[in-house]
Structure formats: structure tokens, C-alpha cells
Design a protein around this ligand. Structure first.
Ligand code: GLN
Ligand code: ZN
Length: 758
């Protein structure tokens, strides 16, 4: 059998450098290309990718991971091992129905993959027998072989697959199916061995997260599973197994996996992992037996910075004098393809960056001791450290002058509520979350502006017209607190990143978020500041069109950081304080321009919550502080709103309360107001639990909305309740938006009448 390659990666972006997979998927879904055209486009992309990876240095057999999937790696593994989809072969359309739903079936639930911005499909485990579909994985390795590449098949490991799954209705805990599932993996391993495959990768990130008492159980289950897989039963055979453990350091799992002694074990040794667990390399070196090939995930797959190769090779040396393979800490699917596609970035910044392809070159350089690469790395690290772009004295002086620790707006909530009576808002005020539908006209105007077909003036005029229409519509609907609709914003984070100093934005830095959806996160390069007001002109204009209050709209520091690539040379808390000060200036300018209500969106507050219990208090301290800094100097009569969505907030409801906003709008419709059960006496702010689930085009009826308002009233007194949808309306059409908002206003009117409050 061939030995494990010296250089490899944990995984590679699947979308394609020119988003080929996205385009093929969307063309197929829209019926513009046939199933055959789709599969052949996907085939070409895979083979082109193998060629590219070989050129980049993954030239040894099994160095290239075949972590292929049309939609999602968890879905692909669940189908391959037969965990879902019944016992039979599954067609392309059935696969996409699982991912996206169809007229009869709802799609699988989607949720965040560990603490990344990638979303996977949650397998629903019922009681069907588990019948593997080995042909899916054999096809992949054979297609590669035909093209001249010996790739390493990849599956999400059995423990992780079940740990991430959920029980179908009426079925038991998915983990109870583990031994049966392990047999299915063993059957696939046998077929791969019979096809002459020497290595397979089983990725087990679930073993790095310690989520409380369940951890010990996962470790025990991992022990049973890997004992079983590594010692095949009579009649079975298997390739060598690489178990990989990205997204953090192993704790209980390290001893278990070391004792199981797979032929190769990958560990995450990224700088950020070592910050939390500094003796991890030593623990790994001591625990992993000599005949297990250690695969050191030294190149950070989660950020976009060029590695400090000198520092990295010290970590490599600290693993002892055994022979070690070099890899990335996690799959490169979380970073864009290549810096070479960026032609508009400042040259100094370019030299500091490494996307997927550059990271592969770094791994190769680290393994091979490349002197030229070492010199380049040394220069990048030094120029970045010394650059006036990263360290801005004025910004640092300003944050240094801030008080440490907790900050609080005065007066307290009760005092502010008194001052805000001047707003004259009615009982159960109605509002929306910010964006209105992004019409084809708006999108076209944006594209025409970019291409030069529209002048700046013409473009601004089109946007002003849209704002005026949105204001008129809300007045006609009878909404109390208006929004301008955000037509000038391509994206709620990118918009601010483009206007703040200290950020750069890429042209082609696309990263898969889920399925065919890609985002282009901005990059925080250095100290952040605001050269000039960012939203004031739009807010002032919108307010000039109405006598009702129009909300000023800001994206909060946590969300800006969560949806950007962040610095690795200062703690997140430092960037958060800097962004907070820039936004605080914006709050003051808005107030001065006559804006009496300002919303600071923090939909990502839950998303950045660390996986490990131990790491949470520090995160909550800096994130809550940064939000409070934004509002700190707002006058008592300025009403500060916040908005949260994309997850269940019950678990961190105390942190939501600690934001100390005057009004909190929060996603709640899908769970039918379940969230309100978690409210306690600490939660004093006014609250708008979303009553319309804007993620679906369905128009909720007046009755349904009325009953949700009544349900909310059993938890929240009328003086503190707001009426609003779950989230912004950007992805909706005008037709359903008008109908739904009309129903919302009518439901509220009914409730007022029924209680005699109107
Ligand atoms: N104000 C933003 C909007 O309405 C909020 C979006 C969000 O919460 N994701 O679009
Ligand atoms: Zn939202």
C-alpha cells in the first residue's frame, strides 16, 4: 500500500474559481440545461480542479481529497452511506428535492457547520434500514483515475454524521443507529479496497467540540466505531484510513483516536486553535503512536492571511522528530479560490493574503523547506506588522481612552422609556425590519451603474424614487415606524465595509454559504475608522418625506465581524471596539439629522457564539460591550432598536437582554413564539417577536397573525410589545409583501379592538 502523502489539504472549495458549479446548478434548476449537461459540467469542474491541485503541489497519490458534492458534503455522505433517502438509487432530482424541497416535500433543515458561515443539510434519521450506495463514491474515484489522478475519497465520519443528524418524527436518537451505520461504512470500505484504493479520509470534527456531558459519550462511541472499522470482520477489507479532526483541538477524543491508531490522524494546529490550547502540539506528539502517520493541519484554512512560515515550522518541529505530513487546519472551502483573481486590491495587501491556492503552496513550502517562500513569508509578516494601513495611531488612541470592561448607557431603560414617550407611539406599534423587496428595476439600476450605463446622478435618482415609493407604501398601509427600504445597500455588511477605512473588499472572493449560494466577505485589514458619515443622507432624505418616524439603519459590530474575514494580528474584541466607535459617530450624526429611532442590527450575535462553553463568557463580554458602545452616547430620547434572527435565541436570551436596547425585534414566527417562554425578569426592553415568517412567500392570514399577537401578549405586556415581521423583506416580492403587511396591520387593529385598547 502507498504511504500517506507528505503534503495534502483537508478539503477544497467546490464552487469553482469562476463559480462554475453555482452556474450549472442554477441553470439546471431553472430548466435551462439538461441533467446530462449538468453532470458533465460538474464532471469537467472536478477534473479541472484535480489538474489545478496537482499543479499547485498536490502531486503525490492520494494527496488530493475528493470531497465532492453537488450541494453539500453532509448530504453527499448521508446519501452515500445510505443514512437517508430510502434503500434505492436516488436520482438527481430526488437529491435536489432533499436539499431544496419541492411542491410535495419540505427540504431538509439547514444549519451552521460548526462555527463557520457554511451551512449543511441536517440528515433526518428515521427507522429505515441503512443500505449503502457505494457506487456514488466509486464513480468519483474511477472518474478521477480515468483522468489520470489518484484521489483520496472523502466521507464525513460516522460519529460526526450522526452527531449532526436529527431524529425523524417518532424515531429515536440518531446515535442509537451508530453500530448499524458503521457496518455500512465498513461495506463501502470493502468495495473501495476491492477497487484498489489505498486511502480514504473520514472527517470527524464532532470529536473536537466539547458540548458538555455528551462529550464523554461521543468519545466512547468513537472508540467503538473506530475499533470496529479498523479491524475488519471476516470477508471485509479496507483501505488505510485517515481520520481528520478539523475545527479545534481534540480533548477527550485525542486519547480515543490515538488508542484506535488509524493509519493517519489529522489534527488542527492553526494559530487560533493554539491560542485556546497552547500545549496541543505536545499533547498530540505524546499521544499519537509512532505507526500512525501524523497529519499536521498547520496552514490555517479559516482566514485569508499569508502564514508566518517561520512560526509554523517551529510548531512543526515541536511535534518531535517523527515524519509528519503537512495539511490545512480545516477544509479550504471557507476561503476564496485565489488571490490571483484580485486585480483591484492594493499591492501591499495582496502580498499579505493567501486564499485556497496560495495556502496549498504554503503547505508545500512548509513540508519541503522552500527558502524563497520562507523569505516571501518573512517579508509579508514584517511589512504587514509595520504598515500604516494596519496600525493607525489616531484609532488606537481613541480606543485606548475607552473605559475597560462593562459600559452602560444612562439613564437606565426605565428612564429612557419615560423620555421616549415624546415619540408619541401608539399601543402595539407596527414596524418592519429594514429592507423592502429588491425589485428587478433596482438590481438592473445597480448593474447599469456598475457598467457605467447609469451615471452616479441617475443611479441616485433611481434609488431616491424607490425610497419615496417605499415611504408612501408604508404610509398607505398605516405602519407606525417607517424604514427607507435599504435599496442603496447591496449587502448589510459589504455596504459598511466599503465606507469604512481599515477594510478591503474583493472582486472575486466568493465563498460557498450553502448550495449554490456564495457570499463575498470583506476583509478587515487594519484599524477601523469612519472617514465620513455613511447613512445620514439617505436617512435625512427618507425622514423628510414623512411625519412619522423613519428608522436609521446600522449593522452592528458583531455582525460586521461575523460576516467578514477578520484580522489574526489583534483579538476580535479590538476590531469590535473600533467598529463600535465608528458606528457611535454615525448614531450621533443620525440623531443630529433629526432621526429619533436608530436600529442596530445584530443578526449574527448567536452565530459567533463559541462552540465551547469555556470560551463563551469572554465572547459575550466583548460582543455586548461593542453593541453598548455604539449606543453609549445616544440621548435618552433617541430610541435604540436592535434586530436578531437566523437562529433560536432562547439559549442566549440573557445576552440579548444585556444589549440594553430600547426595542428588540427578533425572529419568532417559525417557532410560533416559543422564544417568549424564555423571557425572564432580566428582559426589560420592548420586544417585537416576528409574526410573519418572511423566509417563505406564503401570505399569513389575519387570523393567524392575530393569534400570534395574542400568544405574544400572554408573555409580554401590551406596553412593551411591537408588531413586526421576522426579518427584512429584501428577498420577498411586492405582491406578498403588501398583502402580508396589510394583514399584519389589520391583525393588530383587531387585537386593539378586542381588548378595548384602540
Ligand atoms: N435591516 C436588515 C434588513 O432588513 C436586517 C437583515 C437581517 O437581519 N439579516 O434587510
Ligand atoms: Zn433578520
Amino acid at each position: 500500500m502507498s504511504s500517506f502523502p507528505h503534503v495534502t489539504i483537508e478539503g477544497y472549495p467546490r464552487v469553482g474559481a469562476n463559480r462554475e458549479l453555482k452556474k450549472a446548478l442554477e441553470s439546471y434548476w431553472a430548466g435551462r440545461i439538461s441533467a446530462d449537461d449538468f453532470t458533465s459540467a460538474a464532471h469537467s469542474l472536478r477534473v479541472d480542479t484535480y489538474a489545478r491541485l496537482r499543479d499547485l503541489g498536490l502531486s503525490e497519490d492520494y494527496a488530493i481529497p475528493a470531497d465532492v458534492a453537488y450541494y453539500d458534503q453532509v448530504l453527499e455522505t448521508a446519501l452515500t452511506v445510505g443514512l437517508i433517502g430510502g434503500g434505492s438509487e436516488i436520482s438527481l432530482d430526488e437529491e435536489f428535492a432533499l436539499a431544496r424541497g419541492n411542491s410535495e416535500k419540505a427540504p431538509l433543515e439547514m444549519t451552521k457547520w460548526f462555527d463557520t458561515n457554511y451551512h449543511y443539510l441536517v440528515p433526518e434519521v428515521g427507522t429505515d434500514a441503512i443500505t449503502p450506495r457505494a457506487a456514488r463514491i466509486l464513480r468519483i474515484v474511477e472518474e478521477a483515475r480515468d483522468a489520470g489522478y489518484t484521489v483520496r475519497p472523502y466521507l464525513v465520519g460516522p460519529v460526526t454524521l450522526l452527531a449532526l443528524a436529527k431524529a425523524a418524527e417518532g424515531a429515536g436518537d440518531p446515535l442509537e443507529r451508530l453500530s448499524e451505520l458503521t457496518d455500512a461504512y465498513a461495506a463501502i470500505l470493502t468495495e473501495l479496497a476491492e477497487a484498489g484504493i489505498d486511502w480514504i479520509q473520514l472527517s470527524e470534527p464532532a470529536l473536537v467540540a466539547d458540548l458538555g456531558p455528551g462529550d464523554a459519550r461521543l468519545a466512547e462511541l468513537a472508540r467503538e466505531t473506530y475499533t470496529r472499522l479498523l479491524e475488519p470482520a471476516v470477508g471485509e477489507s479496507r483501505p488505510n484510513i485517515l481520520v481528520s479532526t478539523p475545527y479545534g483541538s481534540l480533548r477527550a477524543g485525542l486519547d480515543v483516536l490515538a488508542a484506535a491508531a488509524p493509519e493517519a490522524l489529522h489534527v488542527d494546529l492553526a494559530p487560533a486553535t493554539l491560542v485556546l490550547d497552547s500545549d496541543y502540539p505536545q499533547r498530540v506528539a505524546a499521544a499519537v503512536p509512532a505507526d500512525t502517520q501524523l497529519v499536521a493541519g498547520l496552514i490555517d484554512g479559516r482566514n485569508v492571511w499569508a502564514a508566518d512560515l517561520a512560526e509554523r515550522s517551529e510548531v512543526l518541529s515541536s511535534l518531535g522528530d517523527r515524519e509528519v505530513s503537512v495539511s490545512t487546519s480545516v477544509s479550504l472551502q471557507h476561503v476564496p479560490h485565489t488571490v490571483a483573481a484580485e486585480t483591484d486590491l492594493p499591492v501591499d495587501v495582496v502580498s499579505w493574503l493567501a486564499f485556497a491556492d496560495e495556502k496549498i503552496a504554503e503547505a508545500a513550502a512548509l513540508a519541503g523547506g522552500d527558502e524563497e517562500a520562507a523569505a516571501r513569508s518573512e517579508r509579508a509578516v514584517r511589512t504587514r506588522r509595520e504598515s500604516a494601513r494596519t496600525r493607525v495611531e489616531a484609532v488606537q488612541n481613541r480606543t485606548a481612552a475607552l473605559p475597560d470592561g462593562e459600559v452602560a448607557r444612562t439613564p437606565d431603560f426605565a428612564g429612557r422609556q419615560e423620555a421616549q414617550k415624546a415619540l408619541g407611539l401608539p399601543t402595539l406599534p407596527t414596524t418592519t425590519i429594514g429592507s423592502f423587496p429588491q425589485t428587478t428595476e433596482i438590481r438592473k439600476a445597480r448593474a447599469d451603474h456598475r457598467s457605467g450605463a447609469l451615471t452616479d446622478e441617475q443611479y441616485t435618482e433611481a434609488l431616491r424614487q424607490e425610497v419615496a415609493d417605499v415611504i408612501t407604501l408604508q404610509e398607505e398601509l398605516g405602519i407606525d415606524v417607517l424604514v427607507h427600504g435599504e435599496p442603496e445597500r447591496n449587502d448589510m455588511v459589504q455596504y459598511f465595509a466599503e465606507l469604512l477605512d481599515g477594510f478591503v473588499v474583493t472582486q472575486n472572493g466568493w465563498v460557498q454559504s450553502y448550495g449554490s449560494r456564495c457570499t463575498r466577505p470583506p476583509i478587515v485589514v487594519g484599524d477601523v475608522s469612519r472617514p465620513e458619515a455613511m447613512t445620514v443622507e439617505w436617512a435625512r432624505y427618507a425622514q423628510s418625506l414623512s411625519d412619522r418616524p423613519v428608522k436609521g439603519m446600522l449593522t452592528g459590530p458583531v455582525t460586521i465581524l461575523a460576516w467578514s474575514f477578520v484580522r489574526d494580528d489583534v483579538p476580535l474584541a479590538v476590531s469590535a471596539d473600533q467598529i463600535a466607535l465608528a458606528l457611535a459617530d454615525e448614531v450621533n450624526d443620525l440623531a443630529e439629522a433629526g432621526i429619533s429611532i436608530i436600529q442596530i442590527d445584530e443578526p449574527a450575535l448567536r452565530e459567533l457564539l463559541p462552540l465551547r462553553e469555556d470560551d463563551r463568557p469572554a465572547y459575550l463580554d466583548w460582543s455586548i460591550r461593542s453593541f453598548r458602545l455604539v449606543a453609549l452616547d445616544a440621548k435618552p430620547e433617541t430610541q435604540i432598536h436592535t434586530h436578531l434572527c437566523y437562529s433560536e435565541f432562547g439559549q442566549i436570551i440573557d445576552a440579548v437582554a444585556a444589549l440594553d436596547a430600547d426595542v428588540t425585534s427578533i425572529e419568532a414566527a417559525r417557532s410560533r413564539m416559543e422564544l417568549l417562554v424564555d423571557l425572564n425578569e432580566n428582559f426589560h426592553s420592548e420586544i417585537g417577536p416576528g409574526i410573519w415568517d418572511i423566509h417563505s412567500p406564503r401570505v399569513p392570514s389575519v387570523e393567524e397573525l392575530t393569534s400570534l399577537i395574542e400568544a405574544a401578549l400572554t408573555h409580554v405586556p401590551a406596553e412593551r410589545l411591537w408588531i413586526n415581521p421576522d426579518c427584512g423583506l429584501k428577498t420577498r416580492g411586492y405582491e406578498e409583501t403588501k398583502a402580508s403587511l396589510e394583514n399584519m396591520v389589520e391583525a393588530r387593529r383587531n387585537v386593539l379592538a378586542a381588548h378595548g385598547w384602540g
